[in-house]
Design a protein around this ligand. Sequence first.
Ligand SMILES: NC(=O)c1ccc[n+]([C@@H]2O[C@H](COP(=O)([O-])OP(=O)(O)OC[C@H]3O[C@@H](n4cnc5c(N)ncnc54)[C@H](OP(=O)(O)O)[C@@H]3O)[C@@H](O)[C@H]2O)c1
Length: 388
Amino acid sequence: MMTSNLFTLRWGILATGGIANTFTKDLLIDPTTRDAGDIRHEVAAAASSTSAARAQDFLNEVGAPGSAKAYGSYRELVEAKGVDIIYIATPHSHHYQHARLALEAGKHVLLEKPIAVNAQQCRILRDLAKERGRFLMEAVWTRFFPLSREVVEFVRSGQLGHVKRVFADFSFWNDVEKEFGNQHRMVNLDLAGGALLDLGIYSLTWLFMALYHVQPKETQVAPHVSSAVTKYKPTGADETTTVLLLFPGTGAQGIATTSIQVATTPNPDLPAPDAIRIQGTFGDLTVNYAPRPRSYTLTPAASQARGTLASFKHETKSFEIPGGGHGMFWEADECARCVRDGRLESDVIPLEETEALMKVMDEVRRQADLAYPESIENLEYPLEGFGL
Ligand SMILES: NC(=O)c1ccc[n+]([C@@H]2O[C@H](COP(=O)([O-])OP(=O)(O)OC[C@H]3O[C@@H](n4cnc5c(N)ncnc54)[C@H](OP(=O)(O)O)[C@@H]3O)[C@@H](O)[C@H]2O)c1
């Protein structure tokens, strides 16, 4: 274990909802349980827009150290001394405003997905982070799983041949009407709800990892977008959405699907087919589950004419999530290393790529005539009503 160069990143948690709870618990897991002996995380503070008491309850619930401070406003948190980076876990609709608040206060930012409601907001956040010399990253934790990094390297190495097509699904069955009222952030347009921005971003992430991220700069060209969107009648949010991408740099195609009415895994007690399928000229690589992948399978192609060109055999590789965590600590470790090394963005999820993916989601919404209220598509800052 390297202790002499141990770097500590001090976190401020902005919002106290479901994912803030999961993420903060992961921060508190000893990094040596995942062989990350060079960094550590400190939960230094949390803020709730409701009250300082709510923030204190949150800190108690997650088991934060007694030294962690509780704030009853987001502004107090971003201005707090002893905090290096703000993890923002408010609804989509609020990401732009809250990220600006933190960056303007001079803090580094890890921002829950999607980074913003539209690509223009994303662009402004990128520019602001750069101007202020602060680290900024969209919290697509999936990319930091050792499994995902291995898959990306496998594709990049050319072992799968030329990747021609990728299918990716992330759909989460909910009896939407019963499970959520129409005010819930999954279906509420005022909170930028809908399948695409909440779940479809993971399907699109796998397309981007396999077809865009691995490409050299000259073939990293924005994809053409075709899409079909079915709306959730009570609110008009997107309910079942399919996106077809054509990457002009390579001619490869990607199909991303998402829904909040049918599921990738309809019954967790029964096996489900792998959700991601990456098809290369030497064979297929499938991944079991989009957001939190646990296994991948290689299937070499057999061709009578060409024999087997694949250098790999048929096998399934499974991965554990160490330390009893959820798997969100790997993205946190990346933040710590970037801040330690003075890097303003991560190579694993460059901001240019975050914006390219956001542009795809903008285009899908444009094709479906699906706009969110002006108050949250807005570029103005600060706006009333965002708990600032
Ligand atoms: N990476 C992942 O796996 C993952 C999983 C789930 C969600 N997410 C993302 O994380 C974000 C939050 O999702 P969540 O499931 O944690 O949501 P949630 O449980 O509803 O929590 C959101 C929190 O934001 C704060 N908030 C501030 N203004 C709000 C408003 N006007 N309406 C509702 N909440 C408001 C509230 O905390 P305080 O007021 O106490 O601050 C609330 O508890 C979303 O962007 C979502 O896409 C990511």
